[in-house]
Design a protein around this ligand. Structure first.
Ligand code: ZN
Length: 211
């Protein structure tokens, strides 16, 4: 699996392009920056982009979604239904943070833990609902790679003081869902450096070393 990071979104939000070298099928995880660069790369490499997988409805993770969709209208955008109220407030989120307002992006399909048949090449994409940073936040597991949005960061966790946030829920999501995954899984967060599940179980200050 090939993974390219575009970390220059608003507030350092990262867009990931994930694709299978053989089948050339790929997905974007969030859509926050580098639209032309990504589109050029996709064309050059002949990548068949299947979906844009949104981790959650905060504006910094969907900042370029409308622009991307305009240039690439056939792409399907997927998100969890519980973040629709958050996404519908994108204009408010922008004005509260002093960022230029964006159009509300369009979501083509809603996903949850039971979603099946999302694939790139032979690799299944597993949806893991991890509420806590927001009600409808999800992580996407593709092979040994977890795209954790704003749920789990390297040695940190997502903030819980925004709309729909809940510290108990995020701790539960991480302990009961993410820390049950293999230690060797690489974690690609929505902001900042990558890490692994094993590293976070040992060193994440929010959890001690009881895992
Ligand atoms: Zn967020």
């Amino acid at each position: 699996m090939e993974i390219k990071s575009y970390p220059n979104g608003v507030f350092g939000a990262t867009t990931y392009l994930v694709y299978d070298k053989e089948s050339k099928e790929g997905v974007l995880i969030d859509c926050t920056c580098a639209v032309d660069e990504i589109l050029n790369f996709i064309k050059q490499q002949n990548i068949n982009l299947k979906y844009i997988l949104i981790t959650h409805g905060h504006f910094d993770h969907v900042y370029c979604l409308a622009e991307f969709k305009e240039k690439f209208p056939q792409i399907q955008v997927l998100m969890h239904k519980d973040d629709m109220p958050l996404l519908n407030q994108v204009a408010n989120q922008c004005s509260m943070t002093g960022v230029e307002e964006i159009k509300v992006p369009c979501i083509d399909a809603l996903i949850n833990d039971d979603t099946k048949n999302l694939k790139i090449g032979n690799s299944e994409i597993k949806v893991i609902h991890t509420k806590g940073h927001s009600k409808g936040g999800v992580c996407y597991l593709i092979g040994d790679n977890l795209f954790s949005g704003d749920t789990l960061f390297k040695a940190s966790i997502g903030r819980c003081d925004l709309f729909g946030g809940d510290i108990k829920e995020i701790e539960q999501s991480i302990k009961e869902k993410l820390f049950k995954l293999d230690d060797n899984i690489t974690v690609y967060p929505g902001h900042g450096d990558k890490t692994t599940i094993g590293y976070e179980k040992k060193f994440n200050p929010y959890f001690g070393s009881n895992y």
